[in-house]
Design a protein around this ligand. Structure first.
Ligand code: ATP
Ligand code: MG
Length: 426
């Protein structure tokens, strides 16, 4: 990759956008609250930017990506005072809210670096299931910081909660439960301060509800609102009746990211979490999922499968039953009339009939009691006759693990998202 050397006068900010690597060759700078001297080197993720604020005339070497200069410091003074306040008062749970592209994740990175510098143990909960920094997309990740970072994604993943989709829309309860749980785990792991980064979904009714419910479940000791100009008062006026709220300014001069860039960022994040993945075979009986009808029930005995086959006039390879649901895998598709017949004969409200391809490319998660999240997988093939499926995953599945079905399809070769799965359609 071609490298360039740039001289930057003291008192300005060199924005480095990834994918890039930069190194400070001469001078002195500050990067998201990290004091950097000659030899300081860091990686910048795809389409993310790192502000290098020069305290003296400096020389930088940049490899890849893009770079441009801004006048002055892009970290607002209010972020600095906030960091000092948090360092001295040590509120256990800090929730950061704000609209999209105002620097929420940048503020969390800055706070993390400043708090580590004052000797605190810091954890981060990344509640953004779309633009995930900690943990892969579709999860709420918990990271425990071991050292200062330029990119939040460098914070090692400690555990995560699988929401199953990149958007919290329609799945608010999962996001709320996940955030509260991850924050508790962060405190239990010894963090003095848990910083909770949230989505920029704050204006719609769903987003408003989500922020309020997250606060109710989390019981934050401090809420930090990044408000570009009283646009968050619908949340802060109410929340300040219940919690301590600090309002800070947005980061200076951020470049908004396009939908396409956000998608590409997700693809590169999946890539990181599928390193070392290979095909793993699982038998239907070993798959236990909670977000779907399929693989949530009790496998049916052979006589029952034969009875269903008699009713439908097709071969039935596998079946499951639970309180109000019946799931069958057949050799040929079952017409609607057949589904209705099963529904009335078995007195089940939810009847799902599959031949196998319906499940292809579904994103799944593995986890167990010890680690709620062990990793992701993608269903690569389904063989109903042999009652087996192949999952592409870096996880070594064991009998103690669940295999939760998500609501998104991801191509196992390209790691591109292929589309959402209708909720509870599987
Ligand atoms: N103070 C800052 N100075 C310069 N760049 C910043 C600053 N804060 C954040 N950035 C960079 O600007 C970009 C957008 O900021 P960031 O990701 O923090 O926004 P966000 O509010 O979390 O966005 P989203 O709504 O997508 O989660 C990122 O590349 C980030 O690294
Ligand atoms: Mg963010």
């Amino acid at each position: 990759m071609p490298a360039i050397e740039v001289r930057v006068p003291g008192g300005s900010t060199l924005m480095v956008e990834g994918e890039a690597v930069f190194e400070l060759l001469e001078g002195e700078a500050e990067v998201f609250g990290i004091n950097a001297g000659p030899g300081f080197k860091a990686k910048v993720d795809l389409y993310k930017a790192a502000p290098v604020y020069t305290l003296k005339d400096s020389l930088l070497r940049i490899e890849g990506g893009k770079a441009w200069a801004e006048e002055g410091d892009t970290v607002p003074q209010s972020w600095r005072s906030l960091a000092e306040k948090i360092a001295s008062e040590k509120p256990g749970k800090v929730m950061v809210i704000g609209p999209v592209d105002v620097g929420k994740s940048g503020l969390v990175t800055f706070l993390l670096n400043r708090l580590l510098a004052s000797g605190l143990r810091v954890a981060v909960v990344d509640a953004d299931t779309g633009q995930s920094d900690i943990g892969p997309p579709t999860t709420i990740g918990l990271g425990i910081a071991e050292r200062q970072v330029v990119m939040l994604g460098e914070v090692p993943l400690y555990d995560a909660f699988f929401v199953g989709l990149t958007s919290p829309s329609g799945l608010l309860q999962r996001s709320v439960a996940g955030v509260a749980l991850m924050a508790e785990k962060g405190l239990a792991a010894g963090a003095d301060v848990v910083l909770v980064d949230t989505t920029g979904w704050v204006y719609d009714p769903g987003g408003r509800d989500l922020k309020l419910a997250k606060a109710a479940a989390l019981q934050p000791d401090l809420i930090v609102a990044i408000d570009p100009g009283r646009s968050l008062s619908h949340l802060t006026r109410f929340l300040s009746k219940l919690y301590r709220v600090e309002v800070v300014e947005p980061a200076v001069k951020l470049r908004p990211r396009s939908r396409e860039e956000r998608r590409e960022i997700r693809r590169s994040t999946y890539e990181k979490y599928f390193v070392g993945a290979r095909d793993v075979e699982l038998s239907f009986e070993d798959v236990v999922s909670g977000y779907s009808f399929v693989f949530s029930g009790e496998p049916l005995p052979r006589e029952e499968l034969e009875a269903i086959a008699g009713l439908l006039g097709v071969e039935v390879y596998y079946g499951e039953e639970s309180g109000d649901s019946l799931v069958v895998f057949t050799d040929t598709p079952v017409p609607q009339a057949g589904v209705e017949l099963l529904s009335s004969v078995y007195d089940k409200r939810y009847v799902k009939a599959f031949t196998g391809p319906e499940l292809l490319h579904t994103l799944v998660a593995f986890g167990d009691r010890e680690k709620l999240f062990r990793g992701l997988g993608i269903i690569k093939s389904v063989d109903p006759k042999d009652r087996r499926l192949v999952v592409y995953t870096p996880v070594e599945p064991s009998s103690g693990m669940y295999v939760q079905l998500g609501y998104i399809k991801v191509n196992p070769s390209t790691l591109e998202e292929e589309g959402w799965i209708e909720r509870w359609s599987l």
